[in-house]
Design a protein around this ligand. Structure first.
Ligand code: GLU
Length: 276
């Protein structure tokens, strides 16, 4: 049975781009008589605000996108993240890192989609100084797993290239997991069979595939969908004036009609789908 999820982070209101992402996940599940789950990615301490969660639920109902089962919250799954991090440490594929952003920016010689590629400064330091972040040693991990593949429903079969993101942080200084570790573990725990998300996260999937292999997790199929973009090609963002779904809901607009317009590719003036 197909099972998808929508996984918003409650650090800002949802806008039309999120509605599009939720529709992709919801409709894929419904077309396959499967389940559509809602997961709140609220590990980001002070940036996560509970009031947004209530708005998200109301937004999805208003759009006509009911979810199955109970809503899950990443903030209640810290023990799972800690367990997985301990397993990875025992496999010796994580190393502690105390570099600051400024140090990384100064030493980096290459940039990836998430910013400078970590130059490996702390890779050979094997002592845990306490309070450090922990990074994945990608070469060591790949030596362990061998070459890997993953399948995107749109882009086809890909060779996993986690090196494109470098030695990403898996355990943050102040949190038991980064996005990469938490999302990978949660998709496995929730039994997600098709991971839908925007094309902007395509490269992250290379890392997630590697984590699945290291941790013995099931391997889903991915569906990286195009993003709604502004005329300059940048994705919609609240800070650049895209009205929030909550504002439109409160103004009395018809959410189901908005969802149907998005399904039919009828976007507001100046908004289109990204091509890459
Ligand atoms: N929480 C992420 C976001 O709001 C979604 C990540 C995912 O779907 O894997 O962009």
């Amino acid at each position: 049975m197909i099972r998808t999820r929508f996984a918003p982070s409650p650090n800002g209101a949802l806008h039309l781009g999120h509605a599009y992402a939720a529709i992709v996940a919801h409709d894929l599940a419904r077309r396959g008589s499967g389940e559509f789950l809602l997961r709140i990615e609220d590990i980001d301490g002070p940036r996560s605000r509970p009031e947004f969660v209530c708005e998200f639920l109301a937004d999805l109902e208003w759009l006509g996108l009911p979810w199955d089962n109970d809503v899950s919250f990443q903030s209640r799954r810290f023990a799972d993240y800690e367990d997985a991090a301990e397993r990875l440490k025992a496999m010796d594929v994580l190393y502690p890192c105390t570099c600051t952003r400024a140090e990384i920016a100064a030493a980096a010689t290459a940039a990836g989609p998430e910013g400078p590629i970590y130059p490996g400064t702390c890779r050979e330091k094997n002592r845990d100084p306490g309070g450090a972040a922990w990074r994945l040693d990608v070469s060591k991990a790949l030596a362990f797993t061998g070459p890997l593949e993953w399948t995107d429903e749109i882009a086809g079969v890909r060779n996993a290239r986690p090196d494109l993101l470098g030695d990403v942080v898996l355990v943050r200084k102040e949190l038991p997991a980064s996005y990469h570790l938490a999302a990978t573990l949660d998709d496995a725990k929730d039994g997600i069979t098709v991971v839908t998300r925007g094309q902007d996260l395509f490269t992250a999937t290379h890392v997630h595939r590697l984590l699945q292999e290291l941790l013995g997790l099931p391997v889903p199929v991915w569906h990286h969908h195009p993003l709604l973009v502004e005329p300059d090609g940048r994705k919609l963002a609240k800070r650049r004036g895209s009205p929030s779904l909550a504002d439109r809901r409160r103004a009395g607009e018809d959410g189901r009609a908005i969802a149907d317009d998005l399904r039919l590719g009828r976007f507001p003036a100046g908004i289109s789908l990204s091509s890459a």
